[in-house]
Design a protein around this ligand. Structure first.
Ligand code: SF4
Ligand code: SF4
Length: 109
């Protein structure tokens, strides 16, 4: 059972997403959007609400809205478990993938 404990759920999720056809990936994204709890977060503001922005952890940070950090409830989100997320403040800091690569660059710099 070598290595069973250390399979990265996020890498698996990303691989699943990128190997799906367009319909499958669109469905998976839509399912995760429905689970996203951003709209209940203190940082989520009117700009984000008007644009119906969600799922920053996969799609990317907010392209136009600006905001103040007032707390992040990503750690309580069901998508965290589904996609194996470890980071937070995705609306400001970017996707899980972006945040992980930044960490790697910093560590190796
Ligand atoms: S982890 Fe955060 S950004 Fe991602 S779906 Fe959940 S609440 Fe939204
Ligand atoms: S990414 Fe985190 S901080 Fe930003 S709105 Fe969603 S839950 Fe709140």
């Amino acid at each position: 059972m070598k290595g069973w404990c250390c399979v990265d759920r996020f890498e698996e999720f990303l691989q699943k997403l990128t190997t799906m056809d367009e319909t499958g990936s669109a469905r998976l994204i839509a399912e995760q959007k429905d689970l996203c709890v951003c709209s209940g977060c203190p940082t989520y503001n009117e700009c984000m609400r008007e644009k119906y922005e969600q799922l920053y952890c996969i799609i990317g940070r907010s392209p136009t809205c600006t905001f103040e950090k007032k707390g992040c409830i990503c750690p309580t989100c069901p998508v965290k478990d589904v996609a194996g997320l470890q980071k937070a403040y995705h609306c400001i800091r970017g996707t899980e993938q972006e945040q992980r690569s930044t960490t790697t660059v910093k560590k190796t710099a």
